[in-house]
Design a protein around this ligand. Structure first.
Ligand code: GLY
Length: 600
């Protein structure tokens, strides 16, 4: 498997969708269609990257590359890479800018998972910067007095949903292990932009307008996003002096300047003082927060290995289960226009989601059959269910992976709505970084800390119910626990070297986006830009979501005939990916978002 030379056969294969990748990209109304002028401050590289994306071509480079969701953040990371920084340095610079220019998706008030390929040792490891539940949280956090689950947005908006942020500590942990640049300099670009102001992007302006009612609920949030009571306008200049001050403190004092002192006090006061829905986060929760280094979860697929984030994320395990089942079928021969291929992908996803709902949670708190879930024998037995029929499975239920515990779990059906952001980086030293970063829902809890950043609502990734039919739910709230995630930052390895770096936002659809993205590249020979633009079909819990306005709509009829319930949906992924070929690097940025790839 050579990734089929990144695109050699892809154009032919994509014709099976009755449209080229370019047509597909156009059909999903890419935000990049906004003129380059919408991103004031673009460098020549930034403009060239935007033009490449709009023409449906991957960006190519020899030495280093970064792909992320906003051109200004990508430029900040590229500056670090170009001047000798590592992928960790570039991530910190890019994340600091993302927290300013894409505040609805990620930032200092949120959490992240990072997968790292270390060229010096040839190993893959991960950092868990997931938020934690406060020590005062109880399993009934999201229930009313009658023990009934709260309505989703009643739980999200306010202090109750806010977990201890992990992103600032993760930035420092990555720098301590793999950084080369001086820490304070990594924040300069973001500080300048926050002081001088940046041009509000079309996407940010549109999302503010859509969410205006919730954003108006708390005065500090309203003052920033709805100045004078009016939503921010695209192209308008927006400064954030409070964020600049926080970044200066973080640059000078490291994470202590965030987790202790005035910034921490501001977070706690905001959470506990949230009118109508206060939370229980405390200074102690912030003071004891720790990033955890964890072993990567790697699952063989074709002749590669797909590596990612284990618990508390369900990402790599669920993506790995889907691919591990599909390993038993020749998707390449079927091609992406074939309903048989999508029947298999859809039902493999349903089977994997059944296991996810039952078994996956923070394994520091609940026993998990982590190895059993991706055991090839177990996945072959699950694949046998797919092989036994040509039609959609009438129903799916969790399997029985090898488990060293006698334990009965109830099933978790908690929802996660699309938000989040993804960064992929390869540096000149050969290191690769894949990081998915989030404040959970778009604009998180809608609480703006005095430090100029939004606070997450990550705790709503826990199950609102504690039990199902009398059985405990693995992903219930517990103090200090990390909510189950779907984030799936991924590095595909081949012969001990990274081959493809990818990931996406999208709530629990992340899993489908990433599994499909790996299949697009490995089985169907697409290059990273074609794969980022390819129309989506995602099945989680039974209904097949088919991306509206794309050639994938043609599969709705045949999949319905096979027994699936189908529905057209806006499937707003944000894939940022880098392929590593013998001839250099190829980058792709999702046309559904504003991001780009820059490399040299
Ligand atoms: N909050 C998105 C995720 O962690 O999956």
């Amino acid at each position: 498997m050579t990734l089929r030379a990144f695109g050699g056969a892809a154009v032919l294969i994509l014709a099976a969708f009755a449209a080229s990748a370019q047509q597909a990209a156009d059909a999903v109304a890419p935000e990049s269609a906004a003129p380059a002028a919408a991103f004031a401050g673009l460098t020549a590289d930034g403009k060239a990257a935007l033009a490449a994306k709009d023409s449906g071509k991957p960006v190519s480079a020899k030495s280093w590359m970064i792909a992320a969701a906003n051109p200004l953040a990508v430029q900040a990371g590229a500056k670090m890479l170009e001047s000798g920084g590592t992928a960790a340095d570039a991530m910190i610079a890019a994340q600091a800018v993302l927290g300013l220019v894409e505040p609805q998706s990620s930032g200092l008030g949120g959490g992240a998972f990072l997968v790292w390929y270390d060229a010096a040792t040839g190993t893959v490891t991960t950092l868990d910067g997931r938020e934690t539940a406060p020590m005062e949280a109880t399993p009934q956090l999201f229930q009313d007095e009658a023990g009934e689950p709260l309505k989703f947005y009643d739980a999200v908006v306010g202090g109750r949903s806010v977990g201890t942020p992990g992103t600032p500590a993760l930035m420092k942990a990555a720098h301590a292990r793999w950084g080369k640049k001086e820490w304070p300099g990594l924040f300069l670009e973001a500080i300048n932009l926050a002081d001088q102001g940046f041009s509000v992007s079309p996407r940010l302006a549109a999302l503010v307008a859509e969410d205006a009612e919730r954003l108006s609920r708390f005065p500090a949030t309203a003052a920033y996003f709805l100045p004078g009571g009016k939503p921010l306008q695209a192209g308008g200049r927006l400064a954030n002096p409070a964020y600049a001050r926080t970044l200066r403190a973080l640059a000078a004092g490291g994470p202590d300047a965030f987790y202790k002192g005035p910034v921490a006090q501001g977070i706690v006061d905001t959470v506990r003082g949230a009118e109508g829905n206060p939370g229980v986060l405390s200074l102690d929760d912030l003071a004891v927060y720790k990033v955890k280094e964890r072993a990567a979860v790697c699952v063989p697929y074709r002749s590669a290995e797909v590596c990612g984030m284990g618990p508390p994320s369900s990402g790599a395990l669920t993506v790995g289960q889907i691919l591990g089942m599909l390993e038993n079928f020749d998707l390449r021969a079927m091609g992406p226009g074939n309903p048989r291929a999508w029947r298999l992908i859809g039902d493999a996803s349903r089977l994997a989601f059944a296991d996810r709902g039952r078994y996956m949670a923070d394994s520091d708190f609940v026993p998990m059959p982590t190895a059993g879930l991706t055991d090839p024998e177990y996945l072959r037995s699950r694949a046998d269910l797919l092989a036994g029929t040509e039609a959609a499975l009438p129903e799916v239920s969790p399997g029985r992976p090898v488990f060293d515990h006698a334990m009965l779990w109830g099933d978790d059906d908690s929802i996660e709505l699309p938000s989040t952001s993804h960064i992929s980086i390869v540096d000149q030293y050969g290191n690769a970084l894949s990081m998915t970063t989030t404040i959970e829902n778009g604009f998180g809890s809608r609480l703006m800390a005095p430090g100029g950043f939004l606070l997450n609502n990550e705790l709503t990734d826990f199950s609102f119910r504690t039990h199902d039919d009398g059985l405990p739910i693995a992903n219930r709230v517990e103090p200090g626990k990390r909510p189950r995630s779907s984030m799936a930052p991924t590095i595909v390895m081949k012969d001990g070297k990274p081959l493809y770096v990818t990931g996406s936002p999208g709530g629990s659809r992340i899993i489908g986006y990433v599994a499909q993205n790996v299949i697009d590249v490995i089985d169907w020979g697409m290059d990273p830009q074609q794969a980022a633009a390819a129309p989506h079909l995602v099945n989680r819990f039974g209904k097949y979501d088919i991306e509206a306005g794309t050639p994938a709509e043609q599969l709705a009829g045949p999949l319905g005939d096979l027994g699936f319930e189908t529905g057209l949906a806006e499937l707003n992924s944000g894939i940022h990916a880098i392929g590593i070929t013998p001839d250099g690097l190829l980058g792709g940025a999702d046309p559904r978002r504003e991001g780009i790839a820059i490399g040299k």
